[in-house]
Design a protein around this ligand. Structure first.
Ligand SMILES: [Zn+2]
Ligand SMILES: [Zn+2]
Length: 156
């Protein structure tokens, strides 16, 4: 039997399969970013629990939205940024693939990082070829010459 949905309820009770009652009560949490208190509602807690998320949100909805929109910039600044519990909300695989063009054969491929143009991107078959060549080259010269020491600026 289902309890009638009650949108206004501050206390949401739920029967688990074991028969115990889990209740979710609205809680105030101080936002990590702006220090403002926000309400982590019983409904949200239930939603988090249904997703298997044990961590409480640490940011208010405003800051969460702000971070979400800043996400692409953050990613390109520091590689992958993890968003705690919220990261699995979309239900997608954690590795996001980015389209890229293979530097050797020109085929379109996908890579698990953002291609920045400072290093070539290869498709998987070219990548293994390049790897083999690099390994062969590394084996051919066991002691690579140390790179020139940084030039010091002469004091004047
Ligand atoms: Zn905030
Ligand atoms: Zn290729």
């Amino acid at each position: 039997m289902n309890a009638p949905p009650h949108l206004a309820g501050f206390l949401i009770k739920r029967q688990t399969s074991e028969g115990s009652t889990v209740s979710y009560q609205d809680r105030n949490i101080a936002c990590r970013d702006c220090n403002r208190e926000f309400v982590f509602t019983g409904g949200e807690q239930e939603f988090y629990a249904s997703k298997g998320l044990m961590n409480d949100p640490v940011r208010c909805p405003d800051c969460r939205a702000a971070r979400k929109s800043a996400r692409s910039t953050l990613e390109s600044d520091s590689g992958y940024v993890r968003y705690g519990g919220a990261a699995s909300f979309s239900g997608r695989t954690p590795r996001q693939m980015h389209p890229a063009t293979c530097a050797t054969c020109g085929e379109m491929t996908e890579v698990p990082f953002i291609p920045r143009g400072d290093r070539p991107v290869y498709c998987s078959s070219c990548f293994s070829k390049v790897r083999q060549e690099q390994e062969a080259a590394a084996a051919a010269q066991p002691s690579p010459a140390p790179s020139a020491p940084p030039v010091e600026l002469a004091e004047r």
